[in-house]
Write a protein that binds this ligand. Structure first.
Ligand code: CTP
Length: 414
């Protein structure tokens, strides 16, 4: 699964505290630490005594943790830090606290306000966003005591990351697996983000469409869908309820992002038209195939055999596809915001201006395709943004994640 759309550069210097408890999944917390450090986040770590049976403090230090707490009292710390108020450090300085993996024991302790070791004490003294990623045997997870403790945490505003369904270390199957690390990471980024899109319903189309000719051949384009995927992630992180209509792509989204997967332009139109009436903001980034092939005799469900065609007389007829953005523009009601993209090889601004007016858009993001660092399948983009009031901004080459972030910033001033 692709997670390039999780790489946002705007969390430099933010501080996160990572708590690790005694689950077999504890080794995965090292990878979570790497994801956080790669996002330029300062990470402090506390590993409980049972957590240290699975992973040692030195591993976290080697992977870039700023400080690693292993016990409550200085005489037991053996030089790993002598601050007598370390139990208050995350509460004073961390922007978010994540416990991954979280055992039934730590969940029970936090629910009951028990503070009998460093991690539970730090969690009790922390007032910011707390993300908890449970990992345990399915019978322990479904136990009435754990479920009641978990509900207590959720009622208090703790942010849940998982647990997932699947097989666990002991061979049992059920709910209790540590959820995907990228989903925990995404919840941390979300906790660090402003919530200026809270309450907004956002619809995004992304990726290419694939137009079948026969059972094995199709017409498409090289769109990676990354621009739309980053817009969806940024909107979700900023509090929106996000609906994605995705052409053939392999982006992994957090479970609370609603994803409808489609193949053809006609399917994308149907899904987007269904979702549009409820949307406050719709953003069409999809590189929709403007034409679809007319299938050979025999229809799209059959493979055309080479022996059945005359290669000298072979041709493919095309028929136009509907313009999804234009269709949404025509149906737009007062107060809805519609954002389009323009992929151009020449006359970028003039073409974009024309599309803004013709498709009844509020904002258009124009990029030149066929130049390095911009357009299809690149991780960066060079765009100009035009809005309905006539404002034009030209942005330098930026990661697509940053372009997405800036587009949502811009919307606040529309
Ligand atoms: N779009 C769409 N449905 C289509 C074609 C385009 O929703 N059938 C949307 C794209 O998602 C994008 C915008 O329209 O937001 C502009 O797409 P673009 O390919 O730049 O231009 P077209 O309108 O298709 O016009 P042309 O190909 O002539 O430049």
């Amino acid at each position: 699964m692709n997670t390039d759309h999780f790489r946002f550069p705007c969390f430099l210097g933010r501080r996160v505290h990572l708590g690790v408890t005694g689950s077999i999944a504890a080794y995965k917390s090292l990878e979570l630490l790497r994801l956080l450090v790669d996002a330029h986040i300062d990470v402090g770590v506390t590993v409980t005594a049972s957590g240290q049976r699975f992973v040692g403090a030195a591993s976290f230090q080697a992977l870039g943790a700023g400080v690693v707490h292993t016990s409550m009292f200085p005489d037991e710390r053996r030089g790993l830090g002598e601050d007598p108020f370390a139990h208050l450090t995350p509460g004073r300085s961390a922007d978010a606290f994540v416990i991954a993996p979280a055992t039934a024991n730590i969940i029970a302790k936090i629910a009951g306000g028990i503070a009998d070791d460093m991690l539970s004490t730090q969690a009790l003294a922390f007032r910011g966003p707390l993300i908890v990623a449970p990992a345990m045997n399915p019978n322990m997870w479904s136990a009435p005591a754990t479920q009641s403790n978990w509900r207590t945490l959720l009622d208090r505003g703790v942010i849940a990351a998982g647990p997932d369904n699947g097989s666990v270390a002991c061979g049992d199957t059920g709910q209790g697996r540590l959820c995907r690390l990228e989903h925990i990471f995404a919840q941390v980024l979300r906790a660090l983000s402003p919530k200026d899109l809270a309450g907004k319903n956002v619809l995004i189309t992304l990726g290419p469409t694939r137009e079948p000719w026969d059972a094995v051949r199709y017409l498409s384009n090289p769109s990676s869908g990354l621009m739309g995927a980053t817009l969806a992630m940024a909107a979700w992180m900023r509090g929106a309820d996000v609906h994605v209509v995705a052409g053939p792509t392999d982006f992994d989204f957090p479970p609370s992002v609603h994803v409808v997967r489609v193949t053809t332009a006609l399917e994308m139109l149907a899904a987007a038209s269904d979702l549009f009436p409820a949307a406050d903001i719709a953003c069409c980034t999809a590189a929709v195939a403007d034409f679809r092939p007319v299938p050979p005799t025999g229809g799209v469900a059959h493979k055309l055999k080479k022996r059945d065609i005359d290669p000298l007389a072979l041709s493919i007829a095309l028929t136009p596809n509907p313009d999804i953005l234009r269709t949404l523009g025509a149906a737009k009601r007062k107060g809805q915001i519609l954002i389009g993209f323009a992929a151009e090889t020449d006359g970028v601004l003039a073409q974009a201006k024309m599309k803004l007016a013709e498709k009844r858009l509020d904002l258009i993001v124009a990029n030149r395709i066929g130049v390095p660092g911009s357009g299809f399948a690149a991780s960066t983009n060079v765009v100009a943004v035009l809005d309905r009031t006539g404002r034009v901004e030209q942005w330098p080459e930026l990661p697509k994640t940053e372009v997405a972030w800036r587009i949502w910033d811009l919307l606040q001033h529309l």
